[in-house]
Design a protein around this ligand. Structure first.
Ligand code: SAM
Length: 351
């Protein structure tokens, strides 16, 4: 059953509540949070949404190639740790560990970091063969991250962090809140986001707006700080700051594979997400010492890193139905208008 106003009041005090606080409650409240359930229904196939991992193993296989190149660049360290915050069901780790080969596979250690209890249960199953071999393990979000060499990878972590929608009304900034009779826009001063948005626009128009993720610098810098040498790679839904401002970015709700903007309804029963401001994320990472940072569409990234010739050869040996699934997986990741064009990959290097 979704949380009601009394549950919101008990958790957040009297309203109106800023949308970011409602999103934090809806996803992470210990009793009601969508990502704090111990059993389904939650998330993926047949439920509310799917991610690139539900389409097949090709993202993990391309990532194995990309991470092997990072391991080579680091002069083939004996231990190459891959930390995945927001790892959910552990499927990206599973596909990566399954695809890694040779000495790179021997060096690869995978760390899953996500306090989502239902996802953790699924990850224990998905990663079982590598847990037994000591090549996959779990960290909880409150555990300090030991410094390591290797990579931080994430898929749809940053779009799941609570974010506050802001809109320029022509004279001042307004923030979206949940009031007594539904969502509303309320004038409010938040100098940090106002200064950031102003710096990313040539001149604001009424209805321009974006989302501001308060936790983004802390989450990104904790992860980048623990990475001593290696690759930081984040896959997420979002865009450049100026494009988000022009679009008037808002929160999205996923329920039963439909998406709408009704973020205030059925709290705890639906997934809520926000666009990631890749310009800001890149700036945070550069301030943490990452170099060569940049982002582009997932489809462009796949076209660069996917071992297409090796895939083509390997697919010849598959049953026709499985081969068709691989083709569909590739098309989803690369064709215009499909998932690979909607997602971006940010990479940066440390050391
Ligand atoms: C949209 S799901 C993505 C799951 C998975 N990466 C996938 O693609 O299937 C977002 C996940 O991020 C987790 N999460 C949110 N904030 C986090 C944080 N600060 N550290 C680690 N995990 C976090 C949530 O618990 C949730 O399982």
């Amino acid at each position: 059953m979704s949380a009601d106003r009394a549950d919101l009041e008990a958790a957040l005090g009297l309203g109106p509540w800023p949308a970011a606080e409602v999103m934090a409650f809806a996803l992470y409240d210990p009793r009601h949070g969508y990502y704090r359930r111990t059993t389904g229904p939650w998330g993926f196939a047949g439920k509310d949404y799917y991610t690139a991992l539900d389409l097949g193993p090709l993202l993990g296989e391309a990532l194995a190639v990309r991470l092997e190149a990072a391991w080579e660049r680091l002069a083939r360290p004996a231990a190459f740790t891959v930390l995945e915050p927001g790892a959910g069901r552990g499927w990206l780790g599973r596909d990566l560990l399954g695809a890694a080969q040779g000495d790179f596979a021997k060096a690869l250690r995978y760390l899953h970091r996500d306090d989502n209890p239902a996802a953790r249960k699924a990850a224990e199953e998905a990663l079982a063969p590598w847990i037994v071999e000591g090549r996959a393990a779990f960290l909880s979000e409150s555990d300090p991250i030991p410094p390591f060499t290797g990579a931080v990878i994430s898929n749809e972590l940053f779009d799941a962090l609570p974010a506050q929608p802001w809109k320029w009304d022509g004279a001042r900034w307004t923030r979206e809140v949940l009031a007594e009779d539904g969502p509303a826009w309320q004038p409010f001063d938040h100098p940090e986001s106002a200064a950031w948005f102003a710096s990313r626009s040539d001149g604001l128009e009424p209805a321009d707006g974006s989302v501001w993720c308060e936790a983004l610098p802390r989450v990104a810098s904790d992860l980048a700080g623990a990475l001593e040498r290696g690759l930081f790679l984040a896959i997420d839904y979002g865009d450049h700051a100026d494009r988000l401002l022009a679009k008037g970015a808002d929160l999205r709700r996923y329920k039963g594979h439909t998406v709408d903007g009704r973020w205030w309804e059925e709290l705890g029963e639906c997934d809520l997400t926000a666009d990631v401001d890749f310009t800001r994320l890149q700036g945070v990472l550069e301030a943490c010492g990452l170099v060569e940072a940049g982002h582009r569409s997932l489809s462009a990234w796949i076209r660069d890193h996917a071992p297409l010739a090796a895939w083509e050869a390997a697919w010849q040996g598959l049953a026709p139905a499985v081969r068709v699934k691989r083709m569909e997986n590739l098309l989803q990741l690369t064709m215009p208008g499909m998932l690979g064009e909607r997602f971006r990959v940010l990479e940066g290097w440390k050391g």
